[in-house]
Design a protein around this ligand. Sequence first.
Ligand code: ATP
Ligand code: MG
Length: 324
Amino acid sequence: MRFGEILGSSPAMQEVFRKVERVAGTDITVLVTGETGTGKELIAREIHNRSPRAKGPFVSINCGAIPENLLESELFGHVRGAFTGAVSSKPGRFQVANKGTLLLDEIGEMPLALQVKILRALQDRTVTRVGDTANEPVDIRVIAATNRDLEADTKAGHFREDLYYRLNVVHLLLPPLRDRGDDVVVLARYLLSRYAQELLSKVRGFTPGAISAIKRYHWPGNIRELENRIKKALVLADKALLGPDDLGINSDELPAILTLADARERWQRQYINEVLSLNGGNRTRTARDLGVDPRTIFRHLEREESGAGPDDILPPGDDTGRLP
Ligand SMILES: Nc1ncnc2c1ncn2[C@@H]1O[C@H](COP(=O)(O)OP(=O)(O)OP(=O)(O)O)[C@@H](O)[C@H]1O
Ligand SMILES: [Mg+2]
């Protein structure tokens, strides 16, 4: 399934597309969150392209990449003489985005002092240039993006609560690639054919081993990582089909495939723990609910404490509980 430039057939992405369709026609502020490389900027552009503002500009500013002392002028502009080097008056991104959409990217990196000014700009739809006193009206739609947990930042006092609520009118959460099922394979094939042309590569596809590795790998850098690994392989590999090693995926980075007995045992342990927790740790009641002898529950708890079992063969750091 193709949604503009965005590929995704998984239920999680279909849900995102439905939400985008519903908000695109409005001027509602949207907060886009998701891990790095999940397509936050792509989604923001898609919202713009599907909106009545599509003929207007799409302007993006990376709030984390600009030094704090320059950020205010970048956002709101400045007047001549506002600071050393301000030889002429200059509009900021808010003014440039007039009649269009402004993406405040990496909004979580915005310094607290500027958060107040952003809030005011969103509330009044006016901005004031650095060194100026007059307000300029701006007609913009704002989209904010971040890979941070803004709610947690708010609780920790790093992000203003009032701004958080202002931005979070509609929340779009982009799922990590590993939660998108077979989308990863569709994306891999799409990226391969797209860049093979561009890079004049003779690679035509993936080996079955590569497909399996792509499905099992954890993809911490999400679609951007997939894209980069494929591009690199296209440039370096001198063959028709890319294997897992061309993609730089080592088998020791992949979660082990469990035997059926180990998988069954692991599932059983998880399930007993769930029912125990539902019963507030009461062993007798849990045993009754599960239709087993209470001694089974005791043995289970003993083993949990000693930490033995098939979980041990997972690579360190994989705490997702995913089954391969
Ligand atoms: N569903 C998708 N279909 C096709 N291409 C995608 C998809 N999602 C992301 N991409 C591509 O992956 C790359 C990363 O996407 P994007 O820059 O939008 O991610 P991001 O979430 O903004 O990342 P970061 O947090 O690092 O800024 C881009 O080249 C984008 O075109
Ligand atoms: Mg981005």
